[in-house]
Structure formats: C-alpha cells, structure tokens
Design a protein around this ligand. Structure first.
Ligand code: FES
Ligand code: FES
Length: 179
C-alpha cells in the first residue's frame, strides 16, 4: 500500500462478491487483492507491468493488477484465478494446465492461465501461433513454454467438449493501459 494517502472507502467487486474496503486509492489492485482479500492467485513478479504474473480480468479484459490503482476499480468486475475455479471444480483451462504438467515452479501460471482464459473466450479455437502471440508478454523463467502452449490447445479441446458450458468469463486481451 502507498504511504502517500490515507485510506478511502471503496466497494470492490471480486469474483462475484462485493467487498467494502478502506484502502489508499493509489494502492495497486494487486496489493489489495493479495494483502486485504487474501487472494494469492495473482502473483507479484516485476511490479512494473512487464511480466504478466499478476494478470486478472477487469470487466472481462486481461489486465496487469500490479500497475492498476485500486481507486479506479469501483464498480468494475474483477476476476482472479480463484474466480475461474478451484481444486474441486477446476476451470477447463486450469484442468488442461494440470493435465499437460505445464508447471515447474508455477510462479508464472496465474498469468498464463488468465491470459489463456481471455484468449479462449475471444477465440475458442486458437492456432498455435495465436497462443504464442497472446502469451508473448507473459514471462516464464523456467522455460515451460512448450507445455504451456500444449495446455492451451488442450483447454480449447476441453471447452469444446463441454459445449462451452464452463467457458471463461467474457474476456478479451488488451494492453494494461486500456483498462
Ligand atoms: S507483476 Fe505485474 S506485470 Fe509483473
Ligand atoms: S513455471 Fe516457473 S516461471 Fe513459469
């Protein structure tokens, strides 16, 4: 949280729940999600909008929570990794990443999964080139890129097989500055 301003009242809509908070408006959305709401799916990587580890959906658009001041998020619908699914009922994208064993350390996977969910909502049958393009701004220091691409292709199959009934929230890919 910032040390430059005091807390202000804010109603934050996260994963379908409205949270009444008192937080500094310039605090990052990521800090509030993790520190105030205990949602640790989004990760702190670079803190500069450059690695994608902190990706969430804001009104269905993939966005980098580390560079978004929370004060502008009133009334916006925020979806985190926890809002896609959980251990007992994983979202098809999450299941596909498990099936493809697409993690080594796993630190990048929040961003990879959220971007994949956004891509598949926009383009249910992406090509490998589409996937590589969509994920090109998400960094993986472990180098599991091949498995990650396989996981997204598998996620497209799973979503297709389910008739889209478990599809991700309406989502799109956009540069963080657009949110
Ligand atoms: S932590 Fe947000 S883009 Fe790196
Ligand atoms: S699996 Fe370690 S950073 Fe991607």
């Amino acid at each position: 949280m910032s040390k430059h301003a005091g807390p202000a009242a804010l109603a934050l809509h996260v994963n379908g729940v409205v949270h009444q908070l008192a937080v500094p408006p310039e605090a990052s959305l990521l800090a509030v999600l993790r520190n105030d709401l205990g949602l640790n799916g989004p990760k702190y990587g670079c803190g500069l909008g450059q690695c994608g580890a902190c990706t969430v959906l804001v009104d269905g658009v993939a966005a980098r929570a580390c560079v978004i001041p929370v004060g502008g998020m009133a009334g916006r619908a925020i979806t985190t990794l926890e809002g896609l699914g959980d251990r007992n009922r994983p979202h098809p994208v999450q299941q596909a990443f498990i099936d493809a064993q697409a993690a080594q350390c796993g630190y990048c996977l929040n961003g990879m999964i959220m971007m994949a969910a956004a891509l598949l909502a926009e383009r249910p049958r992406p090509t490998e080139a589409d996937i590589r393009r969509a994920l090109s701004g998400n960094l993986c220091r472990c180098g599991t890129h091949v498995e990650i691409v396989e996981a997204v292709l598998r996620a497209a199959d799973l979503l297709s097989a389910s008739g889209g009934s478990q599809s991700a929230p309406a989502a799109a890919i956009a540069h963080p500055a657009e949110t």
